[in-house]
Design a protein around this ligand. Structure first.
Ligand code: FMN
Length: 295
């Protein structure tokens, strides 16, 4: 028997994205701008790099590729030496820190990010446990711990950097994150660690309505092209985070492969914006996205 065969959050999200279709509004439409302003930084695209660890050929080249495409970058697990090399590229970077059981490890990594010029920090709270049970997990041999709400508040308060919680998948958690001082959240089930998840793009309008226009919502996981990115942005996301689609081009071509992938996704997004009469990201009208009940 195949357990959980219908409960893969990636498959569920894919089905939902494929069930969304777009209304065309081409008459009088103009070539769009994908410029966006996030936390006072200006980017050419809302497509950003997901937090990836253990990358070949190294995380600095990944950051360099994102910087060359003027896109936001996040980085995941890795030691401070690697992170310093990432920051030396001049990329705008969010450091996503693991929910280590050793809380001093978290505080010291937040301090390192602050002292070395990171643009933001976050914690991928969803990786404290795995899918099979509720035990605190080991990630790459390191002990994680499910943080309490008090501890999360302390992490946010410990830094001047904008703080993000990764792994939020509801309006309720997004509101809690906002309430304890986060600048935004990364909506993610972290590659199906959270099974049977209601798709982020499905939840987005409800989450956006709950948190208001200024709280940053980043969609992460299963975004496979600029058309998916358009659907997420139309339903309320500020940024769309891409991980695995960068990996083969990065291994093959280095930083240029990353830049090219950002541009490919952005070009597809632009195609969709032109066809929906969206002159810029703020002008995308959510009503152009329809849920196709027959798909
Ligand atoms: C090789 C690899 C390493 C990853 N490492 C991290 C990490 O250290 N921290 C983190 O928050 N997420 C990590 N992730 C998860 C990604 O940031 C992202 O949430 C996930 O891959 C979903 O996005 P995608 O469908 O575009 O790949 C990793 C994913 C991959 C494939």
């Amino acid at each position: 028997m195949i357990k959980n065969k219908n409960c893969n959050s990636m498959d569920i999200a894919r089905k939902y994205l494929d069930s969304l279709v777009i209304e065309g509004r081409i008459l009088g439409s103009v070539h769009p701008s994908t410029r966006c302003s996030i936390l006072g930084m200006e980017f050419d695209t809302p497509v950003m790099g997901a937090a990836l660890s253990h990358l070949r050929p190294g995380m600095a080249g990944y950051a360099e590729g994102l910087k060359n495409a003027n896109a936001f970058c996040s980085v995941g697990m890795g030691d401070n030496e690697d992170f310093a090399k990432v920051l030396e590229t001049g990329a705008k970077v969010m450091k996503v820190i693991k929910p280590y059981a050793d809380r001093e490890e978290i505080f010291s990594r937040i301090r390192f990010a602050e002292e070395h010029g990171a643009a933001a920090v976050g914690i991928d709270v969803e990786h404290a446990t795995n899918s099979e049970d509720d035990r605190d997990s080991l990630v790459a041999g390191l002990q994680m711990k499910q943080p309490t709400l008090e501890e999360l508040k302390e992490y946010v308060k410990s830094t001047k950097l904008p703080f993000f919680f990764k792994g939020v998948m509801s309006a309720k958690d997004a509101l809690t994150a906002k309430g304890i001082g986060a600048a935004g959240v990364i909506l993610s089930h972290h590659n199906n660690i959270f099974r049977c998840a209601a798709p982020h793009v499905f939840l987005l309008p409800e989450i956006r309505a709950a948190v208001g226009p200024d709280f940053i919502l980043i969609v992460d996981g299963g975004i496979e092209d600029g058309y998916d990115a358009f659907k997420a942005l139309a339903r309320g996301a500020d940024l769309v985070s891409i991980g695995r689609p960068f990996m083969p081009p990065y291994e093959e071509k280095g930083p240029e492969g990353v830049s090219e992938t950002v541009k490919e996704f952005t070009n597809e997004l632009r195609a969709m914006m032109l066809r929906t009469g969206s002159k810029d990201l703020k002008s995308i009208d959510p009503s152009v996205v329809k849920e196709a009940y027959w798909l």
